[in-house]
Design a protein around this ligand. Structure first.
Ligand SMILES: Nc1ncnc2c1ncn2[C@@H]1O[C@H](COP(=O)(O)OP(=O)(O)O)[C@@H](O)[C@H]1O
Ligand SMILES: [Mg+2]
Length: 219
């Protein structure tokens, strides 16, 4: 049986006169990690957002777990399973635990299970002792770790991480790198847009590069 979980073809996106993506496509295999590199403004964020159904494309189609759809009729069912994690995650001004539980509630996870799943997710992210802290008081690194926990707890089939270590350095960057590595070894399928040389160097990641509106497979 094919391990291909997502096949994307012919994504085209213009901003005004400028063609940002021109027939971009990609093929992702289940349980594999991918890094997507490319200069600033080459369309990495736009491409990830299109894959997650957060932004329209003018042309293109995706086949996800055997079901094919055009991007202009992006299936609601795909949104549950393809999650985009923003470079600068937005957290609600409630407690950290409530932020993690919110997505579980929206998916009708029974309330008695929500708390234990959320607590486990915060432990995974090394944030167990921060559960009552208002998110606006968290550091940039803690916010990114919280966003990764919030996505992971929903058990998505595919996670799209947008520059998870951007604007972080030192210990904060190292902690996020560890979580990213953990996601990639936990048999999740992960696609990471990044400039971070340490992420790019991770041997477990397959390398993709965006250039002139297309996605190229490296090596
Ligand atoms: N909503 C928008 N309206 C107009 N132009 C946009 C919009 N979003 C992105 N762009 C253009 O597309 C380019 C690529 O954006 P982006 O996908 O963020 O690239 P990357 O993530 O690789 O830096 C940007 O430089 C910008 O000029
Ligand atoms: Mg970007």
């Amino acid at each position: 049986m094919s391990r291909v979980i997502l096949e994307v073809e012919g994504v085209t996106k213009h901003f005004g006169e400028r063609a940002l993506l021109e027939g971009a496509g990609v093929m992702l295999e289940s349980g594999s990690g991918y890094v997507l590199t490319g200069g600033n403004g080459t369309g990495k964020t736009t491409f990830l957002r299109i894959l997650a159904g957060l932004e329209p494309a003018e042309a293109g189609s995706l086949t996800f777990r055997g079901r094919t759809a055009a991007f202009d009729s992006y299936p609601e069912a795909f949104r549950r399973d393809i999650l985009y994690v923003h470079q600068q995650p937005y957290l609600f001004r409630t407690g950290l635990l409530e932020n993690i539980e919110y997505g579980l509630a929206r998916r009708n996870v029974p309330s008695d299970q929500r708390r234990s799943k959320a607590v486990a997710a915060l432990e995974w992210a090394g944030l167990a002792d921060r559960h009552g802290v208002p998110p606006q008081k968290l550091s940039g690194g803690e916010k990114q770790r919280a966003a990764l926990a919030r996505a992971r707890v929903l058990e998505p089939t595919l996670m799209l991480l947008d520059e998870p270590t951007a604007n972080l350095d030192g210990e904060a960057r190292k902690q996020v790198l560890e979580l990213v590595t953990s996601l990639c070894t936990e048999s999740h399928t992960v696609l990471i847009a990044t400039h971070d040389p340490e992420i790019i160097r991770l041997a477990i990641l397959n390398r993709l590069r965006i250039e002139a509106g297309r996605i190229l497979v490296e090596e």
